[in-house]
Write a protein that binds this ligand. Structure first.
Ligand code: DNO
Length: 386
């Protein structure tokens, strides 16, 4: 696989020359300075492509070209926004940038409750505490009928939490769930919003009439409209699975499991309609066998995210080691079946002073460098087996 790295643009403290020294071959980035829905002009695309090329690397993958909410819920302006999307794809295609990652998750891009959960070795990792997520839903967001979305064991944990939650704990939960994990990915809520919870409620309201079937229909509509430009420029679209792969806050989620993946691939049966195989997101659902999914969907995978989660019996999950045997098997599958596909390591531990650097959650330098070393080692081993 092509060894790539998510880089956040010229202002990223991790420079292209640092990345070259650690064996990175391709860059994964976005035009982070442009708001979602705006056209990526040819000039802007070429400027980024050439900046990366001047650093001796290539722009391998766009992550993400964000899909506006209105396209997801089917708002009145969706056709205009899809036209803009097509224009951006055309400009990327002309510039030779041909792998485009996006997601179709309503409102929330990805979700964690704890961004620095301590590990016994002194590092820390991202963590999803199901009870804290439910607490946020029921007692902070105060969503109508929220309690009905959670199982009895989780609700019992929520009541225990309630006895010890302080206002600071609640503030931390809001920041982790809807602010810090969202702003840097071009999400709906950023650090500058002064009432993120109120804004979040308004966003949820946009989806009050949208169930999973309707969302699937809207995804199909979007994909059908963009396929011609993808065919013309040989662009591979790769949807990121929902993270975590389950409904949250009453919002439908439609890329969570084998049946979902099968459904969207068949709905628009075109090789340019493909998957970002994020082993981490898929493994966060106990219902998924990530090794089997990799084997099954390798042919329609255009981009790989190398990380993996461990799900606890209570439904909490935590990012696990990049040497987890399941991830070794996933890497083996893709290195054998799809040796040209771009791969980036993802969500590595915070370590060795990275916690003071203000990196985006999950995107530390030392942790990802170590993870890349591990995954490179797995790939090299797989290549001796051939
Ligand atoms: C989080 C990422 C996601 C991903 C988007 C793709 O760390 O995996 O934000 O980039 O969902 O659209």
């Amino acid at each position: 696989m092509e060894k790539t790295w998510r880089w956040f643009g010229p202002k990223d403290p991790i420079t292209l020359s640092m990345l070259k020294q650690i064996g990175v071959e391709g860059i994964v980035t976005s035009l982070h300075h442009l708001p979602a829905g705006e056209v990526w002009t040819e000039d802007e695309v070429i400027k980024m492509r050439d900046y990366i090329a001047d650093g001796g690397l290539r722009w391998s993958v766009v992550e993400s070209l964000p899909v506006s909410e209105s396209i997801k819920y089917g708002g009145a302006d969706r056709d205009k926004l899809i036209d803009n999307y097509i224009e951006s794809l055309r400009n990327l295609g002309k510039a030779g940038v041909k792998t485009v990652c996006y997601n179709f998750m309503p409102v929330l891009d990805w979700a964690r409750t704890d961004l620095e959960n301590p590990n016994p070795d002194g590092t820390s990792s991202l963590y999803f505490n199901k009870a804290e997520m439910a607490y946020f839903d029921i007692y902070i967001l105060k969503r109508k009928d929220a309690a009905k979305s959670w199982d009895a064991a989780t609700l019992a944990r929520v009541e225990q939490l309630r006895e010890k939650m302080t206002p600071e704990d609640e503030k931390r939960l809001v920041e982790n769930i809807i602010v810090k994990t969202q702003g840097f990915v071009g999400g709906n809520i950023s650090e500058s919003d002064n009432d993120p919870v109120a804004k979040f409620r308004q966003l949820l309201d946009l989806y009050k009439d949208i169930d999973a079937d309707k969302l699937r229909e809207n995804m199909k509509y979007f994909l059908e409209r963009i396929m011609p430009v993808c065919e013309e420029y040989d662009i591979n679209m790769c949807v990121h699975p929902d993270d975590p792969p389950m409904p949250l806050f009453g919002l439908p989620r439609i890329v969570t499991c084998d049946a979902d993946i099968d459904a969207f691939l068949k709905a628009v049966d075109n090789p340019h309609n493909g998957l970002t195989f994020c082993a981490g997101s898929l493994s966060a659902g106990a219902h998924n066998d990530v090794v089997e999914l990799a084997k099954k969907y390798a042919p329609r995978t255009h981009f790989v995210h190398a990380r993996i989660c461990r799900v606890m019996p209570d439904g909490d999950f935590k990012e696990s080691s990049h040497l987890d045997p399941r991830l070794i098997e996933v890497v083996r599958t893709f290195e054998r079946e799809r040796p040209d596909v771009p791969m980036r390591v993802d969500h590595a531990p915070l370590m060795l002073g990275d916690e003071k650097m203000g990196y985006n959650a999950g995107y530390s330098f030392h942790g990802r460098m170590l993870a890349l070393g591990m995954v490179s080692g797995i790939m090299a081993t797989v290549n001796t087996e051939k």
